[in-house]
Write a protein that binds this ligand. Structure first.
Ligand SMILES: O=P(O)(O)OC[C@H]1O[C@H](OP(=O)(O)OP(=O)(O)O)[C@H](O)[C@@H]1O
Ligand SMILES: Nc1nc2[nH]cnc2c(=O)[nH]1
Length: 184
């Protein structure tokens, strides 16, 4: 137990903070304004992508001051690893989706397989429009071809990130900033 705590504390101490809390708040304010402009008259169904989307969803939701509904989906393709695999679907939303305007919120757009598959699934369920939002977009050339989020907070370098929803081996989703693992 102590070994694990020491290992994790060292990892955090050596990590680079790429986006601090203040920067995150201004990014979230801007995203919330864009979303409000587009969706405030549509009574959207907001979908949190668990687990990483939990903190970004809460932060955006408290900045959206118009009628909306909330549900969640749980899909994961990284698990405890730093390399993505096939997407596992763990929970589907229970709300009526047919004809709805949907806003899907996640923490990161990396290669894009997760959001691309989720967006396609909502369209298959009869959603009228599916918007997607992520706090960060990782910059590299390994992306899916045909999809980008409608709302992106900030571009980040191609390193392994944690904090603000994103985990390192299941830990550190709770950090109020975004960090990159040393040497990644
Ligand atoms: O753009 P991609 O390359 O598909 O990666 C992005 C996805 O990876 C992370 O989820 P993860 O599978 O780690 O599950 P988690 O949300 O429970 O952390 C993150 O929350 C995104 O959903
Ligand atoms: N925690 C975490 N999850 C991811 N999923 C896709 N990319 C990342 C990343 O950099 N960090």
């Amino acid at each position: 137990m102590n070994d694990k705590i020491n290992e994790l504390n060292t990892l955090l101490k050596e990590a680079d903070c790429l986006i601090n809390t203040e920067q995150l708040h201004s990014v979230l304010d801007i995203m919330a304004k864009q979303i409000t402009n587009d969706l405030s008259d549509k009574i959207p169904l907001v979908i949190c992508v668990m687990n990483g989307g939990l903190i970004p969803s809460a932060a955006l939701l408290e900045r959206l001051h118009f009628p909306l509904e909330l549900d969640y989906i749980h899909a994961t393709r990284y698990g405890m690893k730093t390399e993505g695999n096939t997407l596992k679907w763990l929970h589907y939303p229970q709300s009526e989706l047919n004809g709805r305007e949907i806003l899907v919120i996640d923490d990161i757009f990396d290669q894009g397989h997760t959001l691309e598959a989720i967006k396609e699934w909502f369209h298959d369920q009869g959603a009228k429009e599916v918007y997607t939002a992520t706090i960060v977009n990782k910059v590299h050339n390994r992306k899916v071809e045909n999809m980008r989020p409608d709302y992106i907070g900030i571009d980040v370098e191609d390193r392994f990130l944690f904090g603000y929803g994103m985990d390192y081996q299941g830990f550190f989703r709770n950090l109020p900033g975004i960090y990159a693992v040393k040497g990644s």
